[in-house]
Every structure is written in structure tokens, then in C-alpha cells.
Design a protein around this ligand. Structure first.
Ligand code: CA
Length: 728
């Protein structure tokens, strides 16, 4: 700089890195052509899935099987956040843009690990119960000098990349609705394309394209039909409506939210959207006369110019298990039966790995990548052969695999162009499904935290149960993960590593012959992509949700992993002693930075407070817990994740139950005010259930006895009713 200021006539060098002038210069060059070129350019990380194929494969190989032993910490940046971090950062010429909890965006100097600016879109913290799976965000997009991302409360925001000041903001969802945005926005042909979530809370799914420079709406595609008597927004919906019955548009809008996967093939001028489950989960409640209920659980191809329908493929016709097809979509060119095909690959929740021809939508093959009990196989026409009882129509509780968490959830997979394998962070878990129409309770609950109205998670413990007799079936109440290396041509597992937790981080594969993944146990590992052998690992102190990225800065290869436990099951479970605040860890060869202190574990024992409530009141407390608390706090007694385990609360918390739950004392931390939903007497029942659970578990009661006791008490509550008494 000194040189520049003294001899300005010689000054032809670029502005200093990290300055607004530099950021403006490098980000304003990012246009459609640059984004479309990221399959061959590997210096930066410019889009969610690294390139439009979303293969998360990098050609960078300075860090490889040999050199990886020298991989060390370049910097660690603590963000001070306490909730889940799931985002994939964007990096351009050493400047990183990343999202965190509550849709906050940071610009970070990736050479030094320093925040350049922060933008908080100020999502109201009291709205936490509108979001099923944490206050997370999966990442921003970059276009012509702007950073664009979706906020939890449904806005699309554009800020100036250099200054962090707002360019524009649009509301993408109906006002006062129950939609949310956690997914990453994609830039496609000059538009910012964004979906939304909320099928469990009543929503009609759609994706919308906004001009990425002005924010002006370009087009919208609805994933399910509305009321046919009002006409259809686009012509394909007329045919689609014939696959529905009843009055689905009244009872929650049909669902089909597109909350994660959106990809684009510039050559085919086609956008691919992964569509979610229906509202209600149970088809017999949602669409009583049956039908496939398009486009639920489908991959839908759209014309990139105007969002018009091209083709669709439905993974789970007439879905009734929350088997979304929103999971990551990855493209590749594969030789199938001797012919090169442009394919799109997905491991949706339903447990089968699919390969489709992405030009035509032709079904090519599908095989189970995890244990499935709802269907035995996918036939040559691409339809599943369902097993008897899978649709749980008999009023009993059926334990079915995969669970509503899927055999794979949103956690990004990676396709290595070097090994030809797809690396999938899969999970193994069954779930008790039963027919429940909880709409009546939900009307009262309105904006409450329960999923009761629209899901089929069995909630009566005394209900007769049908277990899956297969010895390979995951036992009820258990869950685990498996990192899979999957051969997409042979449709089989090449290797797999069992993991203790069912949710782990997404995958990065590189030309260094490596794959990288962070896991729930706080390890960030590099593995040999061919064998799965761990070649290097690093203790990142907290469980990991997010996928790692890699990029070059000044010719040197860096790897960044955002760490922040939470989201989904991370809200109630943890697999490390202590959850640390959100931290971005960045590594390079010969990195010598000191990691943040690993603080000692925090004791969190069960409360010693006791309840003298009647069994029927404890049973009613369980019912209310399931309706109002379960959505975020999940199964009590597990130790807590990003959200506290109520059985381990301090005495002060128990003393202030009414202030917290009925008067909004902790609303600023995300605990909603339920004062207009729950009476004092009902709250006393919830507290009694929590105290009973703490007492039973602290005495070491075995889980079977605990469940049997709860079943008896719940039955009493449902048949005789509780005795009403407020907290004393
Ligand atoms: Ca769902």
C-alpha cells in the first residue's frame, strides 16, 4: 500500500485483500458464466454444492493421502452462537460468506479468521416453535457483488458483499403463515431460486424465482395443486389434481414443501427440485380416496427460463411416512449398460438410492442403501413394492424403517469424480407410526410447538404395537449412523462405517484421494476415499452438522468446517461432554494455530425434586408434553443438546415454570410464551411428568418398565382424566 500511495502511477496491483475495494472487485465478477464454470474451476467455493452438479468434489490435491498428516489448524473463529450451524459457506478469493443460527450472515477473512462484517436479519426469537428442526440456515449465494440468502421467517435478503449493507429484501411466503426457510438459495440464470419448509405445520409447497439483482419476482412453481374450482396456477396442476382426492387444500394445503434440494443443469436448461412430504403425513387423512398425490416425494424438472413443468419422478407414491424427496440431488455422467447417461442421483428418506436420466426423467435404477421395511424393492417401472401393514391402517402402532428422519436426511452427500463413488451420511432408525388426526388439538395449539395435527408419530404408549420381526431391523428407540461409500453404477455399498449418532455432518471429496466429514462425536476426519480408513482427525469439541468446504487462498489449499451442534435431533441429544459455542475451524498444511480451550464437562444431573401428582396427572402431563414440548425438547432424559433436557433443569427453573412457560420469561432465547395455549393446571401436569421421568431415570429404572408405567398412566389420563391442580 505504501508503494501504491507514493508511486501511484506504478500502482497496478489489486486492492489489499479484505478491504471493501477488494471484496467489491472479486465478488462483482461472479455472474452466470462464472457460476456455470465451477466444474472446471476449483480455486473458490461459489455455490452451495460447489458447482451446479452439487457433487461437492474438488480437484484441489495439495492436501492428499500423503500430505494430510501435516494438516493443521490455520485458525478457529468462535462465533458466540449456541444453536445449530448447518450452512455451507461461500468463498471467493479468500473472503468467506457464511450463515449461522437465526439466519445471521458473516463475512470472514479466510486467511486470518476475522469477521469483516455481520448482518443480523433480526428474525424474531420468539418464533422458534414454527421451525421443526432448529433455527438453522444452510447457506447463502453470491451474484454480481451481492450476497443473497433466505431467513427463517421467510424473507429473501440481498446485501452488498463489500459493505454488508442491505440492497433489498422480499417476503417469499404469505404473511402470518407457518412456512419457514432453512435451505440454501440457488442462483440460476440470473434468478435467486428459493423454496421453503413447513409441511408439518400446514403449508402448500412452492418454489419461487426472484431476479437476483432487483429482487423482482420472476416465476413461482407450486408443488401441489390448490382448490380445483379456483383454477390452476400452471397447466400441469390440472393433471396432478387428479392424483388427489377429498379436500386436501382445506386441511393444511397438501404440503409438498421444497425445503432443501434445488439444482440446475445449464446445458439442459433444467432446474431440479426435490419435493417433501404431505400435510397430513397419513394419506388416508390427507387424501381419503387414495391416489399418488403428485408431486409429493418427487423430483420435479422445470424449464429454467420460466419455471414451467418438464417432467417428474415420484419416489414414494401416496407417501404416508414423511419420506421426502428433498434430500440432496447430485448429477454425474455415468456409463449405464454401456451407454453414457446424464444422471441425477438421490438417496431420499425412503431408503432407496435412485438414478434417473436427468434429460428425460427416465427411471434407471434404485436399490436400498439402508434397511427398509415399508417396501421390499422398486420394480422396473420405478414403483415400490410395499409390504403388508406398512400403511398402518389398522389403528395399531407399526414400527417401520426408515423413520421419518429417513435413511438419509439433508446432510450433503458427495460424488467423487476420482473414485466414482457417492459418499452418503446415512442413518438407521425405525419409528412407531399410527393413525392420528390431531387437528382438533392443533386448533387450540395454533402456533404451538407440537406436531400433533399433521404427523403420524405414535403418541399412545398403550396402543397395541406391531414390531418388525426382521433381526436386521433397528430396535425401537435406537438410532445410529453409517457413512457409506456407494457405487452408483453397481448400486451397492463398497464400504461403510458405523457411527454412534444418527446425524453427522455432510461430505466433501477431493482429488487428493480423500473424503472429509465432521461427526456428532466432535471429530473432523479425513479418510481414504477408497477404503474409508481414517488418515487424519481433529477434535472440534462439539458435534458437527455442516459439510466442509475447500478452496485456495494465495495458492494455498484451505479446508473449513463450520461447527455448531443443534438442528433436528441435535436439539435434544449430544455425544460430547459439553457443547461449545459455534466455531469455524480452518485447516491448511503446516497450520500451527492453537485451538480454543476445551472446557471441562458440565455436570447436568437429574433434578432431585419429586412430584406427588396422581398417575393420571402424570399421564396427562405426558400427553401435553407430546403436544407442546416434544417438538423442540424431544424425548426427556437424554441429556439435552442445543436445547435443555427438562429433567436436568435447575431448581430455579422449576420454581419459575409459570413465568417461563406462561409469561414468556425466556422468549428472547427462543422459548415461546404459551400463556394462551396452556392453563396453570396443565402446566403442573407437564412438570409432574418431567419430575416423574427424572426420578425414574435417576433411579436407573429400565426403559421397558418406564414405558410400561407411562403407558398405564397415559391410559388412566385418557380414560378417567386428570385431577386439575396448579403448580403449588
Ligand atoms: Ca417432513
Amino acid at each position: 500500500m505504501l508503494c501504491c500511495s507514493l508511486f501511484f502511477w506504478h500502482c497496478q496491483t489489486a486492492p489489499e485483500k479484505g478491504t471493501p475495494a477488494h471484496i467489491k472487485a472479486v465478488t462483482s465478477k461472479i455472474d452466470d458464466a462464472v457460476l456455470a464454470n465451477q466444474e472446471t474451476e476449483h480455486k473458490d467455493w461459489l455455490t452451495y454444492g460447489r458447482n451446479y452438479k452439487e457433487d461437492r468434489y474438488s480437484k484441489l490435491d495439495q492436501i492428499n493421502k500423503t500430505s494430510v498428516e501435516k494438516l493443521g489448524l490455520a485458525w478457529a473463529l468462535e462465533m458466540g452462537t449456541k444453536r445449530g450451524i448447518q450452512g455451507t459457506p461461500i468463498v471467493v478469493d479468500g473472503i468467506m460468506f457464511a450463515t449461522g443460527p437465526w439466519s445471521v450472515l458473516w463475512a470472514i477473512d479466510a486467511r486470518k479468521g476475522e469477521v469483516i462484517w455481520e448482518y443480523d436479519p433480526e428474525v424474531p426469537r420468539s418464533t422458534a416453535t414454527k421451525y421443526c428442526c432448529g433455527v438453522v440456515n444452510r447457506g447463502p449465494a453470491i451474484y454480481k457483488g451481492a450476497i443473497i440468502w433466505g431467513t427463517l421467517d421467510g424473507r429473501l435478503v440481498s446485501v452488498d458483499a463489500a459493505m454488508g449493507t442491505k440492497n433489498w429484501e422480499v417476503m417469499t411466503i404469505p404473511e402470518n403463515s407457518k412456512y419457514s426457510i432453512t435451505g440454501a438459495v440457488r442462483i440460476i440464470k440470473g434468478n435467486a431460486v428459493i423454496g421453503n419448509g413447513g409441511a408439518e405445520f400446514e403449508a402448500r409447497g412452492f418454489v419461487t424465482a426472484y431476479d437476483a439483482v432487483t429482487g423482482k419476482k420472476a416465476w413461482r412453481f407450486y408443488t401441489v395443486p390448490g382448490d380445483p374450482t379456483k383454477g390452476f396456477e400452471h397447466p400441469d396442476l390440472a393433471a396432478v389434481a387428479k392424483t388427489w382426492s377429498g379436500e386436501w387444500w382445506k386441511n393444511g394445503g397438501g404440503g409438498g414443501t421444497a425445503w432443501d434440494a434445488i439444482t440446475y443443469d445449464p446445458e439442459l436448461n433444467t432446474i431440479y427440485v426435490g419435493v417433501g412430504n404431505g400435510t397430513h403425513w397419513d394419506r388416508e387423512i390427507r387424501s381419503p380416496g387414495g391416489g399418488d398425490n403428485l408431486y409429493l416425494s418427487s423430483i420435479v424438472a422445470l424449464n429454467a427460463d420460466d419455471g414451467a413443468y418438464k417432467w417428474h419422478y415420484q419416489t414414494t407414491p401416496g407417501d404416508t411416512w414423511d419420506y421426502t424427496a428433498t434430500q440432496p440431488l447430485t448429477m454425474a455422467e455415468l456409463a449405464i449398460a454401456g451407454e453414457m447417461r446424464k444422471v441425477i442421483m438421490q438417496a431420499p428418506k425412503n431408503g432407496f438410492f435412485y438414478i434417473l436420466d436427468r434429460a428425460t426423467g427416465e427411471f434407471l435404477s434404485a436399490k436400498p442403501y439402508t434397511y427398509t421395511s415399508w417396501a421390499t424393492e422398486i420394480d422396473e417401472n420405478g414403483r415400490p413394492l410395499e409390504t403388508e401393514g406398512a400403511r398402518y391402517t389398522d389403528g395399531k402402532t407399526h414400527w417401520i424403517s426408515p423413520s421419518s428422519h429417513g435413511g438419509h436426511n439433508w446432510h450433503p452427500q458427495s460424488y467423487s469424480r476420482q473414485t466414482g463413488l457417492v459418499y452418503i451420511p446415512s442413518l438407521k432408525m425405525s419409528e412407531g407410526y399410527a393413525r392420528i388426526d390431531g387437528r382438533e388439538a392443533y386448533e387450540k395449539d395454533a402456533a404451538g410447538g407440537g406436531f400433533g395435527a399433521n404427523v403420524s408419530v405414535a403418541n399412545k404408549i398403550y396402543n397395541p404395537t406391531v414390531f418388525d420381526g426382521n433381526p436386521n431391523a433397528p430396535l425401537p428407540g435406537t438410532a445410529s449412523g453409517r457413512l457409506l461409500a456407494w457405487d452408483p453404477i453397481q448400486q451397492k455399498e463398497v464400504w461403510g462405517i458405523d457411527q454412534i449418532a444418527h446425524y453427522n455432518g455432510g461430505i466433501l471429496s477431493t482429488a487428493g484421494g480423500l473424503i472429509f466429514q465432521g461427526d456428532a462425536e466432535g471429530k473432523f476426519s479425513a479418510r481414504d476415499a477408497l477404503s474409508g480408513e481414517v488418515l487424519w482427525d481433529f477434535d472440534v469439541r462439539s458435534g458437527v452438522n455442516a459439510p466442509p468446504i475447500t478452496y485456495l487462498v494465495d495458492g494455498e489449499q484451505y479446508i473449513t468446517i463450520p461447527v455448531g451442534w443443534g438442528g433436528g435431533m441435535g436439539q435434544s441429544n449430544k455425544y460430547v461432554d459439553r457443547i461449545h459455542t459455534g466455531t469455524f475451524y480452518t485447516f491448511k498444511l503446516d497450520g500451527k494455530a492453537t485451538p480454543p480451550d476445551k472446557l471441562p464437562a458440565m455436570a447436568s444431573n437429574f433434578t432431585q425434586l419429586k412430584t406427588n401428582a396422581t398417575p393420571a396427572n402424570i399421564g396427562e402431563g405426558l400427553n401435553l408434553y407430546l403436544q407442546f414440548c416434544m417438538g423442540c425438547h424431544r424425548s426427556p432424559g437424554k441429556g439435552g443438546g442445543a436445547i435443555p433436557d427438562l429433567t436436568r433443569s435447575s431448581e430455579g427453573i422449576f420454581k419459575n415454570y409459570e413465568e417461563i412457560v406462561l409469561n414468556g420469561m425466556l422468549a428472547s432465547q427462543g422459548m415461546p410464551n404459551l400463556g394462551d395455549k396452556i392453563t396453570k393446571e396443565e402446566l403442573a401436569d407437564i412438570q409432574s411428568f418431567v419430575l416423574y421421568t427424572a426420578d425414574a431415570l435417576s433411579k436407573g429404572m429400565n426403559p421397558k418398565d418406564y414405558a410400561t408405567n407411562l403407558a398405564k398412566m397415559q391410559y388412566l389420563a385418557d380414560t378417567k382424566g386428570p385431577i386439575r391442580k396448579a403448580i403449588q
